[in-house]
Write a new protein. Structure first.
Length: 218
């Protein structure tokens, strides 16, 4: 922990802001929708939300490309509506502004990457782009995490190598992403994941809150 890191890349929901998205409800809504398009949802429960949508679209596409496009658009409209509703009830976690402000004052580059939509982020944190150097929501990138390109593209814009970067997130997906790309990884317990799961995913360090980064000798 004595290395000097150049860049910090943060997940948003559960890391910098309260995690109040109901992923179970979101997934159930999509499975109901998929059945309306003739796709049995029994094998979809283990998929992440965006991957579920893509899987169902591909299955529908085999028989009816137009119907597949309609499903895709309807599904994204539904999850966006859920995200925006959650954002209206959302708030930044205590210490987030202090963390981002202090890191910038120290000369660190800051990136924020998320599978959430940009509009939801802006509802929770209207000035978000004043506090980071790069913001890549799912509608600002072709590939979303856990695809490594989401993080690799961020590092390219920041001008930082993986060895110079810390990936910070509340979910094993964030830790696995950082490990794959080659960054240092910090898990935080402000989401819904226990420390054991974050360490099992390869986290180099687990903190109670992201703001505790400021207490580390980095």
């Amino acid at each position: 922990m004595i290395r000097k890191f150049k860049a910090f890349v943060f997940d948003f929901d559960g890391t910098l802001a309260e995690l109040n998205l109901d992923f179970t409800f979101m997934k159930e809504s999509l499975i109901v929708l998929s059945r309306q398009y003739g796709i049995d949802g029994e094998d979809l429960n283990d998929l992440l939300i965006l991957e579920l949508i893509e899987t169902v679209r591909n299955r529908i596409f085999r028989d009816d490309p137009t119907k597949a496009s309609d499903f895709y658009n309807t599904a994204h409209f539904r999850i966006r509506a859920i995200e925006l509703e959650a954002a209206r009830r959302g708030a930044l976690l205590s210490g987030t502004l202090l963390l981002l402000t202090t890191l910038k004052k120290r000369g660190n580059a800051i990136g924020i990457i998320t599978r959430n939509c940009r509009a939801a982020l802006k509802n929770v944190f209207p000035q978000i782009e004043d506090y980071c150097d790069v913001l890549l929501s799912r509608d600002q990138t072709i590939h979303v995490k856990p695809h490594p390109d989401h993080l690799i593209r961020t590092l390219s814009i920041l001008g930082a190598s993986p060895e110079q970067t810390v990936m910070v997130g509340d979910h094993p997906l964030d830790i696995q992403l950082g490990r794959e790309v080659g960054t240092y990884t910090i898990g935080v317990l402000t989401g819904h994941t226990r420390a054991e799961a974050l360490f099992a995913s390869g986290a180099d360090l687990v903190l109670n809150r992201a703001v505790e980064i400021l207490d580390l000798p980095m």
